[in-house]
Design a protein around this ligand. Structure first.
Ligand code: SAM
Length: 220
């Protein structure tokens, strides 16, 4: 993904919002625009994206606020969820590993999360999530998050490769019209069946204008 030239209007506006809100993530997004951000960063940071990631953070705070190891975020795009996980005072996340198959994502995610890269709590990886061996990772992941299940060809096949007992947060949706979506599900029950988790601690849905998003938190 080639960065667009610095967008001065977005940069100025977001710096103003950061000053007004005193929110360090807004300041980090402003800084990213000042350095030249990809055109679709505005989609990754739109209100629907933040709402679905905040929903995840809320549910995680209520179910697994202290994961016992690094949190891997798969299909992480530009690392927005990692920024929220590391910012929320209700969560104790030792490290976020933000993984995406698109090599354009890692540099953007590390620029967005530059404060946490500096303290060793954030790193971005370019890889295919379906080719990873989580049992071989050291330290072992404390939690794996995949908010991009709808992008996989075979969700049950991927989940079967994960270590038994691994805590998971999964999101999918019923947005069949999107050409990149291959594993959409029509209902929350269909998502439960597709995931086949051994334990489910949270199951919920959030209707949006064009689709409904589903989320499961539990254990493989
Ligand atoms: C559009 S984005 C995020 C969509 C998701 N519903 C969300 O809101 O977070 C989907 C991301 O998944 C990534 N992706 C798709 N297949 C992948 C795979 N096999 N391994 C890693 N990343 C993948 C894409 O590169 C893209 O950045």
């Amino acid at each position: 993904m080639t960065p667009e030239p610095p967008c001065e209007a977005f940069h100025d506006l977001l710096r103003g919002m950061a000053a007004l809100s005193a929110n360090p993530i807004v300041a980090d997004v402003a800084r990213l625009y000042g350095k030249g951000a990809p055109a679709d960063l505005s989609i990754a940071c739109n209100h629907k994206q933040f709402a679905s990631k905040q929903w995840l953070v809320e549910a995680l705070a209520a179910t697994l606020p202290r994961p016992d190891g690094p949190v891997w975020v798969l299909g992480a795009w530009y690392g927005v969820l990692g920024a929220l996980l590391l910012q929320d005072p209700r969560l104790a996340v030792p490290e976020v590993v933000s993984l995406d198959i698109d090599p354009g994502c890692a540099p953007v995610a590390e620029t967005l999360n530059h404060r946490h890269v500096a303290t060793g709590r954030f790193r971005a990886v370019t890889a295919d999530m379906t080719a990873l061996d989580f049992a071989a990772q050291s330290p072992a992941p404390g939690l794996v998050i995949n908010t991009s299940c709808e992008h996989l060809d075979d969700v049950p096949g991927w989940i079967a490769t994960l270590p038994a007992g691994l805590p998971l947060v999964l999101q999918s949706n019923d947005y069949y019209r999107e050409p990149d979506h291959r594993s959409c599900v029509p209902t929350l029950d269909a998502f439960r069946a597709q995931a086949g988790l051994g334990e489910v601690w949270f199951a919920g849905e959030r209707p949006a204008k064009n689709y409904t998003r589903f989320m499961l938190i539990g254990r493989r």
